[in-house]
Write a protein that binds this ligand. Structure first.
Ligand code: ISL
Length: 555
């Protein structure tokens, strides 16, 4: 198949992220599955989204909920079969919804046959697929701890002095992209799924695939203080991604969005600059670090709107392609309601709508994470034994390593764990929230009685209605799709207000990020424009009520 002219459809995409194990369980085993997803396609179509991103559905021992793949060519059996997946792709297509798959190729599972062979066979032909080092004078290159707080080197079973490298769990051995044979294998995986009809990939920790081995001698502290520079944005990253583009991606009308951990603006610009032909978009996380010290969520700090605005401004203005990925939630983040200064109790509904409007009309491609459209909240789990996520379970005992901070870190621990995003989708108020007929793998939130899809759909003023409005508005607005961006209130800890402009048309968003009334008299000029959305009933004076948001247009 030759190269084709890409339509760049992703610029008009509205993407919904599905976390399959928590979305919908069709067979009552407590785990979501593909047939469950199929049963909700009509619902997704009714929202108006035109693309879904599926978190991994591949065969996997699920040590990291599928981000540890043991076979890239088949489905995790409890989720269904490859035939089910094909049926799902076809049904999404019928509804005009594209599917992008999660692509996890920085590491495999330790149960992948390549690694199993390497681990047991000293002469394995796959040895060079992984990053293996021998101890020299009894020493490894470093003593780092990885992202999941484990030693990054683990001994191979078949050797006394050879170790493999992993930035995540020891069950997630890191792949060696320097090896051209490995890169050919990755291309095969991409082609396989593209040929089955998927429209692209969300590329997991993609900026980790090239490493700077000359810095492998860094100490742990230096690794951290230097933003993990030995392992992120390595010297051959651009080359590898261009190779994938040239050999595979340019032959399909597809899109890629790369998750870039500790990604910086200048490196992101190289990745998404269309002339470089690497990725289409990146998931940058700067805005998620506004309530964490030094980018580490365990070091929780109070939210300040000014910090968020600074980050939003930087990326809205600075990305060369002009195409940011817009997101406030995903499967690794706590829920947005109750975060970013908002309130998940008495102002939950207003907060959820205000956040929705505030990010959705920025410049870029919006992503919605399952449950965000009904304002799902953080988990009510408060016992360690009820958590499932490897990251949290690994980290908890390490809190003791921070004697001066441990009290503070324990207090905020449950608030920041990834399981907050992973509780079962709340479809209705039945025992297991309509997610399953038996006890789910992770506890359903008790608030499913009032926070669920059925309830929100029945309410003309529900949060879903706001999302439907936003999706529709975006699809039909040239200003939102292609207009410029500027903040109209600067450096403020309460009001988040911006203007989008194209030709003579304008869209203005004004949001109150606090629980207090705020005067917006100085924005009077815009208050005379045509109001097209407000999350309160009438009475629109020059004061914003708690978490109020308004959208005005000038045509
Ligand atoms: O979740 C995080 C912080 O709480 C991040 O450090 C996260 O591990 C990082 O963003 C990488 O995430 C991705 O790769 C991981 C996987 O566990 C995550 O679910 C995935 O989104 C390893 O594959």
């Amino acid at each position: 198949m030759g190269k084709i002219k890409r339509t760049n459809w992703y610029k008009d995409a509205i993407v919904y992220q599905i976390y399959p194990r928590s979305f919908c369980d069709s067979n009552g085993d407590g785990l979501g599955d593909i047939r469950g997803i199929i049963s909700k396609i009509d619902y997704l179509a009714s929202l108006g989204v035109n693309c879904v991103w599926l978190s991994p559905i591949y065969e996997s021992p699920q040590q990291d909920n599928g981000y540890d793949i043991s076979n890239y060519y088949d489905i995790y059996p409890p989720f269904g079969t490859l035939e089910d997946a094909k049926e799902m792709f076809a049904k999404f297509k019928e509804k005009g919804i594209r599917v992008i798959m999660d692509l996890v190729v920085n590491h495999t599972s330790d149960q992948h046959y390549w690694f199993k062979d390497v681990n047991t066979n000293p002469n394995s032909p796959y040895k060079d697929f992984y990053i293996i080092r021998k101890k020299v004078n009894g020493k490894l290159p470093n003593k780092w701890k990885g992202f999941f707080h484990e030693d990054v080197w683990t001994k191979l079973d078949c050797s006394e002095d050879e170790y493999y490298f992993h930035m995540f769990a020891k069950t997630q051995p890191e792949l060696n992209w320097e090896n051209p044979k490995l890169r050919e294998e990755v291309k095969k995986i991409l082609r396989f799924w593209l040929d089955l009809g998927v429209s692209g990939f969300r590329c997991d920790v993609i900026n980790l695939i090239s490493k700077d081995y000359s810095k492998f001698g860094y100490g742990n502290l230096k690794l951290f203080l230097k933003g993990y520079s030995p392992v992120v944005d390595g010297p051959r990253l651009n080359e590898y991604l261009h190779e994938l583009y040239e050999d595979v991606l340019s032959h399909y009308d597809c899109m890629t969005v790369g998750e870039t951990v500790f990604g910086k603006l200048d490196t992101s610009n190289q990745l998404v600059d269309p002339k470089n032909e690497e990725l289409d978009m990146v998931f940058n996380m700067d805005h998620l670090n506004v309530d964490a010290f030094i980018g580490a969520k365990w070091f929780y700090r109070k939210f300040k709107l000014k910090r968020l605005m600074k980050v939003v401004n930087k990326w809205q203005k600075g990305l060369v392609s002009g195409n940011n990925s817009l997101f406030i939630e995903n499967h690794d983040q706590r829920r947005s309601v109750g975060r970013f200064g908002t309130n998940d109790k008495e102002y939950r509904v207003q907060s959820a709508k205000m956040l929705a409007v505030s990010y959705f009309l920025l410049k870029g491609t919006p992503f919605i994470y399952q449950g965000q459209e009904i304002g799902m909240t953080n988990t009510d789990i408060n016992r360690l034994e009820d958590l499932k996520d490897i990251e949290a379970l690994n980290f908890y005992p390490r809190i003791d390593d921070f004697p001066f901070l441990k009290k503070y870190m324990r207090r905020h621990f449950f608030e920041v764990v990834r399981d907050n995003a992973r509780t079962p989708m709340q479809w209705d108020d039945s025992k297991y929230a309509g997610f399953s007929t038996s006890e789910p793998w992770l506890k359903v939130n008790a608030n499913k009685d009032k926070i669920n899809v059925k309830e929100s759909l029945n309410d003309p003023n529900g949060i879903i209605a706001t999302y439907k409005f936003l999706i529709d508005f975006r699809k039909n607005s040239d200003v939102i799709k292609h207009g410029s961006f500027d903040f109209i209130v600067k450096n403020n800890n309460s009001i988040f207000a911006y203007i989008r402009k194209k030709n003579n048309k304008e869209v203005v968003v004004i949001s109150n990020f606090t629980a207090k009334e705020k005067c917006i008299k100085k924005l009077e000029k815009y208050l005379n424009y045509e109001l097209c959305y407000c999350n309160y009933e009438k009475d629109l004076g020059p004061k914003l009520r708690p978490y109020e948001t308004r959208t005005y247009i000038k045509n």
